[in-house]
Design a protein around this ligand. Sequence first.
Ligand code: DC
Length: 203
Amino acid sequence: MSFAVAIDGPAAAGKGTVSRAVAAHFGFAHLDTGLLYRAVGFAVLQGTNAVEAAQNLTAEVLENPDLRTPHVADAASKVALIPEVRAALVDFQRAFARRAGGAVLDGRDIGTVICPDAEAKLFVTASAEVRAERRFRELQERGIETSLDEVLADVRARDARDMERAEAPLRPADDAVQIDTSDMTIEQAVATAIAAIEARRGG
Ligand code: DC
């Protein structure tokens, strides 16, 4: 039996953390769909054509730790504007969503475009300042040199690009449960998400 959980929201809102915790709680598989766009962005930075990269993605490239840098995130949000890139990634995501045993997908357009029939939809947000602060701390811990101002500017630029694009823009599905994590701990955000999904499972 399949059960799809769609978790959308802007960069650094806590989607990844919430998604992994929810997947572990319910025993569902998890797909971070941002990694697909990051892998394409990474390939483009190395001189590959974006559409070709999207059509030839393999599971191994998603494991590359270099995908998790701000430079690649920026490239990802640019290739995500290209309709042919998005189209090339649809089938893989839809098949993942309908795998037996349940699936959690997190991204920008999961509840609206990839999986409009998802059994549960969450939209996880936080203020740009809080998100920049969290991302800044995370980058510092990983030894990546940057400043809070720079991270805030990046977050705002990526928000604008993700929300204002013509194709599959970032927006909550009409039936998504919105969770603002600005003033929540990780534990509170995860508990809120689990409760919302339990409600959709019928108790
Ligand atoms: O979630 P993330 O920060 O890893 O995503 C990187 C970029 O990929 C994001 O800025 C926009 C794009 N993206 C998208 O367009 N649709 C998705 N479902 C996931 C990510």
